[in-house]
Design a protein around this ligand. Structure first.
Ligand SMILES: CC(C)(COP(=O)(O)OP(=O)(O)OC[C@H]1O[C@@H](n2cnc3c(N)ncnc32)[C@H](O)[C@@H]1OP(=O)(O)O)[C@@H](O)C(=O)NCCC(=O)NCCS
Length: 339
């Protein structure tokens, strides 16, 4: 049975190779239906494929990778999140049970592995939305939404708790719903390389493998063949809603900031935010925002790098929010083009 528990067991990332091979999903209409349902690489015998996350060993392996990674985000370990929030996510979002059941039908669960004896070590994972309109999460209350149905499916007037005058959505400042997500891009989440293997170029290798073996437009633009019998990604690229500290590393990996799409937490007397620390020192929301380049990054009047993708009209609002003592940067948005 899969459990709802915090999975910090490092050894769970080793799974029997035979079982992993059986967990790869085939796509009946693949252009190369007779090929194996995964791709093998020269480098260290790495393997990449989309798996069924309902296989218990796979769910546990992915949960272990994600939960151990997120553990480092706790402020007590020098990260940017209070322990209570990390533990809620470890339990409610990335426990083995949730990996298997919450995301399985809406996302392609890719795993990057390498063989070790008769086992395979899962060294990286990413969740990629199957449909281009899917949004995996929107506040802690909504998962697996369709962008086009957000206005209809979300109650923007709902109370935060028991009092009707204290509204849930007054706790956040988001981009307007119609522009919340760029059309045609696949939402990604859970992009993680195992802690034991960081800073060896594996994230770069993983992304490049996704691009060259699974992104349809990239494959077609090169006139390359499809080497596996799995789904292809038919969108224009990846789209990410990312925690502030991730921006720098995602940019190094080739992702671009979507200007003006930042979201903020809004503090109220009835809903104070947890204190923020830089090392041992408590800092204000404005200092926190500054530490991630806001509002400075928008104050030199540069035009955005690519028209159409950015929320230029919202930049003054982002600048204003980042200087509001009650507003704390929640997420950046980034994107990565396939071609
Ligand atoms: C982000 C992550 C996937 C990178 O994996 P990795 O295999 O260590 O990355 P790579 O070795 O391929 O490095 C790729 C680039 O990112 C940079 N980078 C990696 N980790 C970084 C970090 N913590 N801070 C700043 N830059 C970083 C590397 O220097 C490299 O850039 P360079 O070639 O210009 O030097 C990994 O650190 C991770 O799983 N982190 C926790 C989860 C997370 O933050 N996920 C991202 C958002 S979903």
């Amino acid at each position: 049975m899969l459990g709802k528990y915090i999975n910090l067991r490092a050894d769970d990332r080793f799974v029997p190779t035979e079982m992993l091979r059986r967990a790869y999903l085939r796509y009946a209409e693949s252009r190369n239906a007779s090929a194996p349902p995964y791709v093998r690489f020269e480098r260290e015998g790495f393997e990449l494929g989309i798996v069924s996350s309902e296989v218990p060993e796979i769910a546990r392996a992915v949960s272990s990778l994600l939960s151990r990674s997120l553990e480092d985000a706790k402020d007590v370990h020098g990260g940017h999140l209070p322990s209570s929030i990390v533990e809620r996510v470890q339990l409610e979002v990335i426990s083995p049970e949730r990996v298997a059941q919450l995301w399985g039908t809406h996302g392609h669960r890719f795993v990057l592995s390498r063989p070790e004896g008769d086992k395979s070590e899962i060294i990286g994972t990413i969740l990629v939305a199957r449909r281009k309109g899917t949004i995996f999460f929107f506040t802690g209350r909504y998962n697996n939404l369709r962008h086009s149905a957000m206005e209809r499916d979300i109650d923007f007037d709902q109370p935060a708790g028991t009092r009707a005058d204290q509204k849930w959505f007054s706790l956040f400042a988001f981009p307007p719903v119609p522009q919340f997500k760029p059309p045609g891009y696949h939402h990604i989440a859970n992009f993680v390389v195992a802690k034991e293997h960081r800073r060896q170029g594996l994230a770069r290798f993983f992304l490049n493998a996704l691009l060259t073996k699974y992104a349809r437009d990239h494959i077609d633009a090169r006139g390359a063949a499809v080497e596996h019998s799995q789904f292809l990604l038919c969108g224009k690229g990846f789209w990410q809603i990312g925690d502030p500290p991730w921006l720098e590393r995602m940019q190094r990996l080739g992702f671009s900031l979507r200007w003006g799409a930042e979201s903020f937490f809004i503090e109220h007397d009835w809903a104070p935010l947890p204190p923020i620390y830089a090392g041992d020192k408590p800092i204000s929301n404005v200092e926190y925002n500054r530490s991630f380049g806001l509002p400075q990054r928008y104050q030199d009047d540069r035009p955005p790098p690519r028209p159409g993708m950015h929320l230029v009209g919202r930049i003054p609002e982002v600048v204003r929010l980042s200087q509001d003592p009650r507003a704390k940067l929640q997420y950046f948005q980034t994107y990565f083009d396939f071609t």
